[in-house]
Ligand binder design. Sequence first.
Ligand code: GGG
Length: 341
Amino acid sequence: MSRYTISLIRGDGIGPEQTAAAKKILETISDKSSTKFTINEVDAGDAALAKHGKALPEFSVDTIKKSQACLKGPVGESAADVIIVLRRMFDLYANVRPAKSYPNIPSLSGKVDMVTVRENTEDVYLGWEFNADENTVVALRVTSERASRRIAEYAFKVATIRNAKRRVVAVHKANVMRKGDGLFAATCRDVAKKYPKIQYSELYVDAASMNLIRNPEEFDVIVTTNLFGDILSDEAAQVVGGLGMGPAANIGEGFALFEPVHGAAFDITGKNAANPSSILLSAKMMLEWLSDKHNDKNAILEGSRIEDAIVSLLKQDKKTKDIGGKLSTTEFTELVAKSMY
Ligand code: GGG
């Protein structure tokens, strides 16, 4: 038997509805299998700011630090004070965002299986913005060889493990941002030499965003900088039917945080209408990571039950409204739980 302590950030908007769904599925796994969870709920985000005066209070950070992994619901306007801070605090340098075609979802292509590996600690997301004068703001776009190398290494490892099309494409804009993106591209090129079995290419970000619409099936692993990765992963999610199916992992050496790609979606908050698949597939990624880290073969099996259950329901056209179905968040979650065992 294995027991994992998970910190669960409820977040804002649809966050509490989504994290309730994730909690239900993790409790189902705890009840039915030898993989057990202790779930510690954590306040962070707009609601925490209103209640405690801080979007990420110290006691929340303490709870996260005591956990083995964190699962996070979306956060509203204070996202930069929560997720960007946590990524840097725990040095969660790799943001891994798969985009995959699932059955019976209206989408641009039914044959997509790709992943965006986004550098997660640098670029304009450092928030280093200054007033040059009262009408002009300067934002620093930081790129280091160290961060470029470790994200490139991570992307090639992902391409090797996935064993799918065995392709890595580095996406940048080195023809304009010659120094910063020039360094990123040159570093990716250098790392590529160590992986002769993986086909390596490069695309400028404008061409990549067009090709994602034109030939999405051609992509396997995209490695890119922080802002480009944020944008391209939303685009990739839409290609396969929308953000409702988009999970993400933020991976560091010793810790990892999992979250849906989407935001707080205040327009559908409290309507029991959100698609919980994004956070449930994020929980699946968490189980894969825990399995790998703790050499626990059962955890990965329990994770695959989550995705298998979702696929089986989609095949029966049982789905939430965002992807053309009729089910509410709680109805879909109940069905996932029932289908898992
Ligand atoms: N566009 C989807 C969305 O709002 N995602 C939440 C978000 O922006 N998170 C910050 C990030 O991923 O850097």
